[in-house]
Design a protein around this ligand. Structure first.
Ligand code: IMP
Length: 193
């Protein structure tokens, strides 16, 4: 039987990454397919709170099975920043480029360059909430490298790779990314439903 699942995001990059990972027996429904174009509030203090907030918002509005992802970029030398503030690290209304520039500046003279992406997915399935996490460890590059991907991808090189996320084709990023790992856990869970 085909299951339907709403993806609770307006971020077309995330949808583009997630879509190829879905099996054919799950129909992914974007908010624009439901003629809903408003931003979903995310005011939590943690990734889990934000992911749940977004999924609950959509579940309340449409009453249908849905999931939301919240991602943080955590840099050890910056004590875990940008973390939950990854989207607006350079200030309200900033662009992803502004965020990248701010990180590069703060990391200019830093030799400790470890960082990680962490994704939390909140799923609401038949009214019950579930949470799945995925992470990828790596390091911050000294300059933007590569033209693929989005957000902080040009300055993140995953461990055991010679390429930044922004130098990889999506199929490579999707083998190891934080988002793909969290999604894999959710899809395993859905197989049991
Ligand atoms: P959110 O999950 O939409 O709140 O994402 C927070 C921030 O992290 C945004 O600025 C995104 O651009 C960035 N971000 C999320 N996922 C990724 C990714 O896979 N690569 C690079 N940046 C990301």
């Amino acid at each position: 039987m085909i299951q339907e699942l709403i993806i609770a995001t307006q971020n077309k990059h995330k949808i583009g990454e997630i879509k190829p990972l879905f099996p054919s027996n799950i129909k992914l429904i974007a908010l624009k397919d439901l003629n809903f174009s408003e931003d979903i509030p995310e005011t939590g203090a943690t990734l889990v709170e934000n992911a749940l907030q977004k999924a609950r918002f959509v579940y309340k509005k449409f009453g249908r099975n849905c999931f939301a992802d919240d991602t943080g970029f955590e840099i050890s030398a910056l004590h875990g920043r940008p973390g939950v503030y990854s989207a607006r690290y350079a200030g309200e209304g900033c662009t992803p480029k502004d965020n990248v520039r701010k990180v590069l500046l703060e990391m200019k003279d830093e030799s400790q360059r470890q960082a990680r992406f962490c994704t939390v997915i909140a799923l609401i399935f038949d009214g019950i909430e579930y949470v799945f996490e995925g992470e990828v460890l790596g390091e911050i590059l000294c300059a933007e490298t590569g033209g693929e991907g989005f957000g902080y991808d040009p300055i993140f090189k995953p461990a055991h790779s010679n390429l930044s996320f922004a130098q990889m084709p999506l199929s490579e990023k999707n083998k190891i990314s934080h988002r793909a790992r969290a999604l894999e856990k959710m899809l395993e869970f859905l197989k049991t439903r």
